[in-house]
Design a protein around this ligand. Sequence first.
Ligand code: FAD
Ligand code: NAI
Length: 469
Amino acid sequence: MTDNKYDLVVIGGGPGGYVAAIRAAQLGMQVACVEKRGALGGTCLNVGCIPSKSLLHSSEEFEKAEHHLADLGIKTGGVSLDLKTMLGVKDKVVGELTQGIEYLFKKNGIGYIKGAGRIESADTVAVNNGNKTTQTLTAKKILIATGSEAAPLPGLEIDEKRIVTSTGALALSKVPKHMVVIGAGVIGLELGSVWRRLGAEVTVIEFLDRITPEMDGEVAKTLRRILKKQGFDFKLSTKVTGGSTTKSGVTLTIESLKKGKTEEIKADVVLVSVGRKPHTEGLGLELVGVDLDNLGRIVTDDHFRTSIPSIYAIGDVIAGPMLAHKAEDEGMVCAEMMAGQSGHINYDAIPGVIYTSPEVAAVGATEEQLKEDGVDYTVGKFPFAANARAKIVSGGEGFVKILADTASDRVLGVHIVGSDAGNMIGEAVLAMEYGASAEDIARTCHAHPTEMEALKEAALDVAERAIHI
Ligand code: FAD
Ligand code: NAI
């Protein structure tokens, strides 16, 4: 193998791209990964999952110290916020983790090439690193893992200071008095929670008549009620029709879709979180003939091959949920398929977690989807209020709901609202991956006292034999 000639060139060093690069190197391929942001780890490590979870953790601790520790008999005295340190902790974690990926690249002999990659032909990638020189890489296979970016909202110009995407909302230098969040999806609720806990008044404007449209309806309703109690103000069925920025803030005009009423709303900061779009600009896809679908996603077959046989794509830039673990699994499986192995991803068992307080986690079908598909299902439900550990740890908010096929008892979906839902969903994913029935979960011994016992009780409830309700 001579310089600049590789078996595989990966464009994009996010969870999809870096995992694919590592797995391909493990399988004996000569691999290079091209990344333009100056750090590995993609959206997830730099401006997504990790910094948001750092701020969610710190802000939750702040809120606990300020309002809730006294309830446990712990008097803390005056609690005050040092936002600069809090943001510094986040940046430190991000720095350490992205450096960690560089270490893994070195360990696996992967070339890390800094710059923007552009596909010039079915086997060449040109890399522009901002200098006048362009480096050309030759590859037997090319993998596009360029991820996604925030979708804009026409009429609102993002400056990342007053009108921000999630990236700006992760780095505000002071707590806004009033933050308006446009879009009651995952980003809006997570980052809205961060700034509300730190002292902002938060108003969420949502086009639809419900929050988190992908989620089971009952779960979404419960989450909305809890967040409202925490101080969130929701304006549902409402559309933003325009906005103007001044030095002191932003004025939005909004229209109620039900009543047709128009009003103005002022904010110090507006977070635009109305979804994300695939990142394909500047990649040269038109030139080489890589097909996109009507949502701008790269079209792939079940081996992640695009319309050009030597070019593959994975992660946020193709169809499916825009989640880091989905991108990682695709990266791993794609590399294995390139090496002639058979890979496997069960798209029916990909969990989703919203890291609000309480957390929300789900895997498999919602009740709405089962109804639409005409599936005969049985619901088993158990409230955390009847679970000892949850009562101690979080006051017992939320529930576990299991949806099982009525005829076979096979688990079709699990939905959890509760303080540790994100960890709990792991058991449900494993159960679904192994084709478990509700009875299988019900007959599995669960440690006491744990919140996991609520999953067992919900499984028992499918057969109407829960013990503690
Ligand atoms: P990305 O992570 O977007 O990586 C793509 C990389 O490609 C980027 O670094 C980009 O700079 C680079 N790139 C693009 N074009 C080029 C080019 N031409 N040349 C070179 N490099 C290029 N998901 C979860 O599962 N859990 C979470 O908790 C979670 N939290 C999130 C919070 C926020 C605020 C956001 C925005 C997203 C969050 N996500 C979360 C989603 C998650 O970040 C994405 O699903 C995941 O990063 C997608 O991985 P990817 O590898 O496909 O793309
Ligand atoms: P989203 O798709 O979750 O939510 C967008 C919301 O905005 C929806 O409720 C939608 O109805 C609403 N909306 C769309 N257009 C609107 C308009 N013009 N006016 C008002 N509301 C409008 O998208 P979000 O929150 O931007 O997140 C993007 C992606 O990032 C998600 O797909 C998610 O998978 C990923 N992500 C995952 C996280 C996690 O796993 N915990 C955390 C953060 C992001």
